[in-house]
Design a binder for this molecule. Structure first.
Ligand code: BGC
Length: 411
């Protein structure tokens, strides 16, 4: 039997540890010159597992003081974090907004304090605009998802009309709108021709994976289990689709993803997810950190943006925000080694655990880590060649180039 005092001490220890964890996630270094405002840790594992470590690496190397805080999905908390950063004397904010309204509030406060804001990954729409925007060509991300689903549906030899459900990201995330633009442009013709039938098309508030599970279970129930394929806007939502199918005793179906998370790659190996989109977060974080450091040091940043993106919202005319947009890469079971592993973004060691070990390529544990030999591949290179461009145009011209850089299996 567990004694009462022991129980009390254990409970106290748990409280101390969790309070400390909460504190480290939100506490800011009072001396931070650069503050990164992350959105949450539930909508995608990328923010804490990937973006954070790459920012730390870039800032540590430059020897600047910084804080990386996470609003855990609470837009009001993110505004408070920004205020705190400004009060503490931060010079640059890197913002992943939770919605454009709170993003606007944060940019307005930064403007008042005469400090810089970089929209990181998500563009803030509306009257107030960030100094820079660093992200990926997010319409291209969606296009890769659409093309990935088409290929997976063909490979599965599904009978027509194919019943397809669409699970979009958060309605308050401009990226979710862009991803949708991208995949709709690819899949709409299939609906128009009657080869595919749209079972449902829903957005998932805050990219909430739990809510996505409930939504997809309802979609399955309403369709009598007859959903043959699904667009899921990221790996987290794909995980919800997979769980919903399993809960209802249904077999895996073609489903897309994004972020090349460890769980996403594991689902691909297990044959439960068709593809994911690898966005080289290291290059993204380094581009944003490079801008922040240059601003901090008062260096000339005029040549650092590779184009502009307009941040007009539905009802407010915006401006052209100087931008850096990187190129996304599709990942299927055929090119995991040549993409995310070769780039050092994921390791076999983190993927090949438990049941997944048996699904990994033979000898994964004795393979030399290619990251040592292949460090900055893909995305950084094209950036250099991305001449001053207008909006998205030149991104198109980069695709053939990327294609030649991609492993042939990726095709
Ligand atoms: C990001 C995705 C991420 C999603 C949910 C989007 O804005 O671009 O990488 O999966 O938010 O956090």
């Amino acid at each position: 039997m567990i004694s009462k005092p022991f129980f009390r001490i254990a409970l106290f220890m748990i409280l101390v540890v969790s309070a400390f964890a909460a504190w480290t996630a939100t506490a800011q270094d009072a001396k931070a010159e650069i503050v990164v405002l992350l959105p949450d840790s539930a909508s995608s594992s990328r923010w804490e597992a990937d973006d954070r470590r790459f920012f730390e690496g870039a800032f540590d190397e430059a020897g600047v003081t910084y804080s990386i805080v996470n609003a855990e999905g609470d837009a009001t908390a993110q505004i408070t974090q920004a205020e705190q950063a400004i009060t503490n004397g931060a010079k640059v904010l890197l913002l992943v907004n939770l919605d454009s309204g709170s993003g606007q509030a944060i940019i307005a406060k930064a403007r008042e304090a005469k400090i810089a804001v970089i929209d990181y990954d998500r563009l803030t729409l509306g009257a107030a605009s960030a100094d820079f925007y660093v992200s990926f060509d997010n319409v291209a991300v969606g296009r890769l998802q659409g093309e990935g689903l088409v290929k997976a549906v063909e490979a599965a030899g599904l009978a027509k009309p194919v019943q397809v459900a669409v699970l979009n990201g958060s309605p308050t995330d401009n990226n979710a709108t862009l991803f949708k633009q991208g995949y709709d442009s690819v899949i709409d013709p299939f609906f128009a021709s009657g080869d595919w039938v749209k079972v449902d098309d829903q957005s998932v508030p805050k990219w909430d994976n739990q809510q996505a599970l409930v939504i997809f279970e309802q979609i399955l129930t309403a369709a009598d289990g007859k959903v043959d394929a699904a667009i899921a806007a990221n790996d987290g939502l794909a995980g919800s689709v997979i769980a919903a199918l399993e809960n209802q005793g249904l077999k895996p179906i073609p489903v897309t993803g994004q972020d090349a998370t460890a769980a996403g790659i594991q689902n691909i190996l297990a044959g439960k997810q068709s593809m994911t989109v690898y966005k080289a977060v290291k290059a993204e974080a380094e581009a944003a950190a490079g801008l922040a450091i240059a601003i901090l040091k008062g260096e000339d940043t005029s040549a650092m943006a590779t184009g502009v993106v307009n941040n007009s919202s539905e009802d407010v005319v915006g401006v052209d925000v100087p931008s850096v947009l990187l190129v996304p890469v599709p990942v299927t079971i055929d090119n995991i080694a040549e993409t995310v592993i070769a780039d050092g973004f994921r390791t076999w060691a983190e993927i090949c655990v438990g049941d997944f070990e048996a699904m990994c390529p033979a000898g994964w544990d004795i393979m030399p880590t290619m990251e040592m030999t292949m460090e900055p591949m893909m995305t950084m290179e094209p950036m250099m060649t991305m001449e001053p461009m207008m909006t998205m145009e030149p991104m198109m011209t980069m695709e053939p180039m990327m294609a030649t850089m991609e492993p042939t299996k990726a095709k």
